[in-house]
Design a protein around this ligand. Sequence first.
Ligand code: MG
Length: 311
Amino acid sequence: MSNTVLKCTPGTIEKMKLHYKSHFSEKIPQGGVFVAKLPSCTITAYKSGKVLFQGNSAAGEAANWGNTEAPTKTTTPKKPVAKNSGLPPNIGTLSMVGSDEVGTGDYFGPMTVVAAYVSNDKFALLKELGVKDSKDLNDKQICEIAESIIHVIPYSLLVLHNEKYNELQAKGMTQGKMKALLHNQAIGHVLKKIAPTIPDGILIDQFAVPDVYFRHLSGQKEVIKDQVYFSTKAEGVHLSVAAASIIARYAFVKEFDKLSEKAGLELKKGAGAQVDAVAAKLIKKQGIGALRSFTKFHFANTEKAKKIAGV
Ligand code: MG
């Protein structure tokens, strides 16, 4: 199957809407304008202006509407895999499941973990849709890219809300163990989704050395061990981790916005002084108990906020 992406003006998208009207599908992805299913091509237009053509006649169909967007210059470093990294030397050409998490260092907001499968025939498409190291992207760009890629690749998203996080933490579970459990679970979900396909490997953005990671998982019913690799800065090693990271960040931002609404305050990301000040406002508004559902309560911010709020 081939894929082509066009960047179109709102006017062109309006024309497309009329042209493809009789082929519209009812299921429109988040961030989408329309989906049209032709016999050998599916067309998905996004609010971002990107229009994705998928199928055997993708290139021909897209050619009716304009020039294919120049392939995005990717900043993914083409660095050779270090010899002692333990990674397959050709990892950049393999079909992998990648996993990453977001929100572990943020006082407000949940922890989100995503595992995503990217087969090597999707590399070009994901690059065209803008997938790269999320550290080079702002939240708005991340949301736009995420809304288009979630319809293109199989993934699993797990959200650990703070009520549950605080409960586990109070029982003595470390954040490292929570991460390990969630990564293992998300990867398991993706493997089930893509079965009978078996990926060439699984790459986890490393937050603990492998021994510690697997120790956290001891006693779990299902521990995924086969072909599991670890790398720091794994977003730059394989697109599956870059994609997982973008979806995890997107989910975090969405949840964060919901929380701000619930708080009636504009919450702040991170764990700095601004965060203490907002937390103090929240204490005054909703009482100290509210922090348990909004924050990672054991962070030092709690005590600082209490001091500011004078409680
Ligand atoms: Mg990470």
